[in-house]
Write a protein that binds this ligand. Structure first.
Ligand SMILES: *Cc1c(COP(=O)(O)O)cnc(C)c1O
Length: 391
């Protein structure tokens, strides 16, 4: 069809620059191994930290939900689409996170968008880490509040922004709990200390920390013993929890306000029964099978040590997100391709997900990987890295 030549030109530019992405369809279930084009690969690129996407208890819960309640809900939450199961999940999430209340959105992305766009007005200011997730950036774009961006995890810069913001009605500091492309943890104790000093609210997006950090995977706030001192915790049900969705865990007042004003909550249909009931099962599993989280961390330590031993640079990672830093976009693609030849699926990440010239392979091992699979992956990294002169 004619009319899209201007877009096609841009696509060609992206291909030349190494920032174009093709989709890679998986033919099996998500797991430590996946099938792509009929061939089996060791999966190092999913967010399925605990292997819950295919956990027998989640499968069973989802099937039962479909049998009992059908496939969909037929309405948005605020009209006719709130089922008792939705409120049960929210109660469970609030108990798990040690907060007064929780509210589920369609995804982590819409949670950030919905919360930030609802609670900030022109007389407020939002103060955001420069490496925050795209959904936080987009949420901020939707507000009419004043904006300040501080240098990544730079507490001197954050304090400066707070000092300059004292005339506003409200100051909201927002940060990822674990930064999704580098795997480092936000300095929350210092952020909370500054927030208390300058009378600011704190919002933490724990997408990559829920199910990973803190007791039973409660997240970074619990990890740092800051329960009760962070005003807004956002989490996702799509990563370690293994299903789909996002939530905010906070005060009753905030959740009630978001039911009135959170636009994705108001204008998009509620989760199907299978999603909601499988999420509840996952929260139970976090509490009943904490050995999954131990296994995730054992695998993480083993894999990181292996990469360091080979001479790879994994940046500032402190969590299962382990980037193998390459720099050049085309070289990152070449490394990913070489790994694929070796039976390892490890995607390269480039602009706009990370800055230009900071391309990398982002690996995430899971609790499901066996030692043999991880050793096989390390051997492949060694051969591919040497072949490309990276190590
Ligand atoms: C993945 C991610 C999200 C989005 O979560 P979804 O449930 O996949 O929409 C939000 N914030 C951060 C930091 C993330 O890494």
């Amino acid at each position: 069809m004619k009319g899209f030549e201007y877009l096609q030109a841009e696509l060609e530019e992206m291909k030349k620059a190494g920032t174009y992405r093709g989709l890679v369809p998986i033919q099996s279930e998500q797991g430590s191994r996946v099938t792509i084009e009929g061939k089996e690969y060791i999966q190092l690129s999913s967010n399925n930290y605990l292997g819950l996407t295919s956990h027998p208890r989640l499968r069973k819960a989802a099937l039962k939900a479909v049998e009992e309640f059908g496939a969909g809900t037929g309405s948005v939450r605020t009209i006719a689409g709130t089922f008792t199961m939705h409120e049960e999940l929210e109660k469970k999430l609030a108990d798990f996170k040690h907060t007064e209340a929780a509210l589920v959105f369609q995804s982590g992305f819409t949670t950030n968008q919905g919360v930030l766009s609802a609670i900030l007005s022109p007389e407020d200011v939002v103060i955001s880490d420069e490496l925050n997730h795209a959904s936080i950036i987009d949420g901020i774009r939707l507000t009419k509040a004043a904006r300040k961006v501080y240098k990544h995890v730079d507490m001197v810069d954050l304090e400066k922004a707070l000092q300059e913001s004292q005339s506003f009605r409200k100051r909201l500091i927002v940060t990822d709990g674990v930064f999704s492309m580098d795997g480092n943890i936000a300095p929350l104790p210092e952020i909370v200390r500054l927030a208390e000093k300058y009378d600011a609210l704190v919002m933490v997006d724990d997408a990559h920390a829920s199910g990973v950090l803190g007791s039973n995977g409660r997240g970074t706030v619990n990890h740092f013993n800051l329960d009760g001192r962070v005003h807004i915790q956002v989490g996702t049900l799509s990563k370690a929890i293994g299903v789909l969705g996002g939530y905010v865990a906070s005060s009753k007042t905030l959740c009630d306000y978001l039911i009135q004003k959170g636009r994705p909550f108001l204008f998009s249909t509620s989760h199907p029964p299978a999603v909601t009931i499988a999420c509840m099962e996952a929260i139970d599993i976090l509490q009943e099978e904490p050995q999954l989280i131990d296994r995730l961390w054992e695998n993480t330590t083993f894999f990181k040590k292996g990469l360091h031993g080979l001479g790879f640079n994994t940046g500032v990672s402190e969590t299962p997100i382990t980037p193998v830093m390459v720099g050049d976009e085309t070289l990152a693609i070449a490394l990913s391709d070489a790994l694929k030849q070796e039976g390892i699926f490890a995607q390269s990440i480039a602009f706009p997900t990370v800055a230009k010239g900071k391309a990398r392979i982002r690996t995430i091992v899971t609790a499901q990987h066996s030692r043999e699979e991880l050793q096989q992956a390390l051997d492949a990294f060694e051969r591919a890295g040497k072949g490309l002169g990276l190590i």
